[in-house]
Design a binder for this molecule. Structure first.
Ligand code: GLU
Length: 358
């Protein structure tokens, strides 16, 4: 009995001594902040630098080690597609040359943030997290959300559960996939949502929590090689609406578009004029992807059947000009995927395969 008491006592002392030693040697995650601009840094009288942005995050040193890098300091709509290519290359280079870096946070203006995030999702080739973040209110405004969003984004980028999930978008304590997230409000703080499937996770007070995993190709399994792309193909987006003439589609084709994404009504319908214009685009070898302007739902690939017993509906569908189905991608995301797909192939079936896999 006396021996048991001594052993329990020694174990307790060892535990007390051991715990602080463990914490002292535990390495903090190191995260790179790469800034591109946007409202998060758009302080009246002078934009915040990457260093100033980090300084706006309270108690950052207790959380992780963050290193600033300024890529640009402009609104998201002012970033060119060439800058997208440069940014993706830069992120790949940082991961390659710094194997101990936990993750990267990228700031962006919110207006086209979802497009940039999806582009990075398809072109960064590393499992470590890239987290895209921004703010709805400017520095100095009452309720500036930039510092809070940035703090959560840095936590997510430094978290051991984040690798392998593709590019993430963090706003208002929610973690969304770059593939699914969309800006749903022009002004509200809660402006980013994944309408079809909901968020991937959340940044809770005690820990970063994931609820699900994205079951699609991205990052480490992407087939798009950014090193071999010097210019992105031209892809335009045209919306379907009552009585639309189809002239915008024809003009896009005549002006040299390589692809056209249609933001169709409902599950992908267009006006009669647009239907003729899509046939014109197909004749000219221009890829046409059908998406929905509704903000939700999925466009399924067209059925192609030559069976004599096919239903009248199937017969009618297979007579329509063959379009690529955009699946559940928003029109702006479908454009990003089509631009990258066209760097690999202009074959309709190959591109349709990509839309079902990414
Ligand atoms: N909301 C704007 C954007 O998406 C930000 C404007 C700015 O940075 O001045 O970029």
């Amino acid at each position: 009995m006396r021996h048991r008491g001594v052993i329990v006592g020694l174990t307790l002392i060892a535990a007390l001594v051991w715990t602080p030693v463990q914490e002292a040697v535990a390495e903090q995650s190191r995260v790179r902040l790469i800034t591109t601009g946007g409202t998060i840094s758009n302080r009246p009288g002078g934009r915040l630098s990457a260093v100033e942005l980090l300084a706006s995050v309270p108690d950052l040193e207790d959380l992780l080690e963050a290193e600033p890098e300024e890529f640009a300091n402009i609104p998201s709509s002012a970033l060119t597609l060439d800058q997208w290519l440069q940014l993706a290359r830069r992120i790949n280079q940082v991961f390659q040359t710094d194997p101990a870096l936990a993750g990267i946070v990228v700031t962006s203006g919110t207006d086209t943030l979802e497009e940039l995030a999806y582009f990075l999702h398809l072109t960064v080739r590393h499992a470590r997290p890239v987290v895209v973040v921004g703010a709805m209110r400017r520095p100095g405004a009452l309720g500036y959300d930039g510092a809070a969003n940035l703090r959560q984004a840095l936590r997510v980028a430094g978290d051991a559960e984040s690798p392998g999930r593709g590019v993430l978008v963090v706003f208002n304590n929610e973690i969304n996939s770059a593939r699914e997230v969309t800006k749903t409000d022009a002004l509200h703080l809660q402006a980013f949502q994944s309408r079809n499937n909901g968020a991937l996770g959340a940044t809770a007070r005690d820990r970063v929590i994931y609820y699900r995993r994205l079951d699609r190709r991205h990052t480490t399994t992407t087939e798009f090689d950014i090193e071999r792309i010097s210019r992105l193909p031209r892809v335009e987006i045209v919306m379907a609406y009552q009585g639309a003439s189809g002239d915008l589609i024809r003009t896009a084709v005549d002006r040299g578009a390589d692809g056209v994404v249609i933001a169709g009504a409902g599950a992908g319908s267009t006006s009669a004029g647009q239907r003729d214009a899509i046939a014109y685009a197909s004749e000219k070898g221009v890829s046409v992807v059908m998406t929905s302007r509704t903000g939700g739902g999925r466009i399924a690939p067209q059925r192609v059947s030559t069976e004599p017993e096919e239903s009248p509906a199937t017969r009618a569908e297979s007579r329509r000009p063959r379009r690529i189905a955009g699946e559940d991608l928003a029109p702006v995301k479908a454009r990003v995927l089509l631009m990258l797909a066209l760097t690999v192939s202009d074959d309709r079936d190959v591109i349709q395969r990509m839309f079902s896999e990414y």
